[in-house]
Design a protein around this ligand. Structure first.
Ligand code: FE
Length: 344
């Protein structure tokens, strides 16, 4: 017990000398939170490290990052509260971005640059999160058993013609919750429920844990069509250019292909909000956009940026113009709807 005050005094002295050293010298001392940008990312290391390295090379800004799944990262942000070292939260799917905003983990920022670079439907109307790359969830099919002329909309996969021929990923994945939310936004609950219920009746097999297994099942003849994000197909093509599956640009009735984003927002308790905003703005520069989209074979959000040849090979599509925030707002309804029709 008696040692405690002395210990405290020692720590105080140490602290003073550390601050002193900081004032003395480096402008970018890494123990000063305002000189570093810290990112919590649910995108995998190999998809973001090259981008942050490039940023550091271009600007000298040190970026630290921590990767995990979005759930644990959001829990962590909540638990850390004002003590969180995170300045920027980066994740995929508007459903997750919306949830982070809804739970008070992000802050609105004013940026003309972001508003100009990112189409309005691909960012939060309250400026708490911004799409950085575009992903399209569309129809994949077997060219041996399906003619592209048989394909049209997501809704048409509810037709009896597809009975026993459809593959779907689990409804637990936010990608499908967002897709069903888009159906609700366009058609209302009742019609959306009819469509999703018919998809479930048309299933050829149990639902899949991920998109890659689903696409492989089409190749293996377990089913003829399925719905997946295009980049998963791109990865398979990168390894095997003659992979026996094709991509069809599905559209929602009276609209376009179902879109989603990966994106980011400045955290509520950012120690370096200016640094986080600067990084966010840089991510919309053509050089960053190209790298960010290409690493995962997604689409740049800035349209004039060139695409990867694999992605280019799929041709162009019209995207749905629904503001992605709706996907979050309708998420609970979508999950309940999928439960009702026993979409596992
Ligand atoms: Fe994914």
């Amino acid at each position: 017990m008696g040692d405690k005050p002395r210990f405290k005094a020692f720590v105080g002295l140490l602290f003073l000398s550390v601050s002193f050293i900081q004032t003395m010298g480096c402008t970018r001392n890494s123990s000063d939170p305002s000189s570093v940008v810290t990112v919590y990312s649910s995108r995998a290391d190999h998809l973001i490290k090259p981008i942050f390295d490039l940023y550091q090379e271009r600007t000298g800004q040190e970026v630290r990052f921590l990767t995990d799944s979005e759930g644990p990262l959001m829990e962590r942000l909540k638990a850390e509260g004002a003590n969180s070292p995170a300045d920027l939260f980066l994740t995929v799917d508007a459903g997750n971005l919306w949830k982070a905003a809804e739970e008070g983990l992000l802050r609105p920022i004013q940026s003309k640059k972001l508003e100009q670079a990112i189409p309005a439907h691909l960012r939060d109307p309250e400026n708490q999160w911004f799409g950085l790359s575009l992903r399209a969830r569309t129809i994949l099919y077997s060219p041996e058993r399906v003619s592209p002329s048989d394909l049209s909309t997501y809704e048409a996969l509810a037709d009896e013609a597809w009975a026993g021929r459809l593959c779907m990923r689990t409804s637990r994945k936010v990608y499908n919750q967002s897709l069903v939310a888009a159906l609700i936004a366009h058609h209302g609950q009742e019609r959306a429920e009819q469509i999703v219920g018919a998809w479930v009746r048309n299933l050829a097999t149990e639902v899949f844990p991920n998109d890659t297994d689903l696409i492989r099942a089409i190749a293996a003849g377990q089913c003829d069509v399925g719905i997946a994000n295009s980049y998963y197909f791109g990865r398979l093509l990168r390894d095997q250019p003659d992979f026996p599956v094709r991509l069809f640009w599905a559209s929602l009735e009276n609209s376009g292909t179902h879109l989603n984003v990966s994106g980011a927002g400045v955290t509520r308790h950012a120690k370096n909000p200016e640094g986080a905003q600067a990084l966010l703005e840089w991510l919309t520069e053509p050089e960053a956009q190209k790298a960010f989209a290409e690493l995962n074979l997604e689409y740049p959000i800035v349209t004039e940026v060139a695409r990867d040849p694999i992605v280019e090979g799929w041709g162009s599509f019209q995207g749905d113009l629904l503001n992605l925030r709706s996907l979050g707002e309708l998420q609970t309804q979508a999950v309940q709807l999928m439960d009702r029709v026993q979409y596992r």
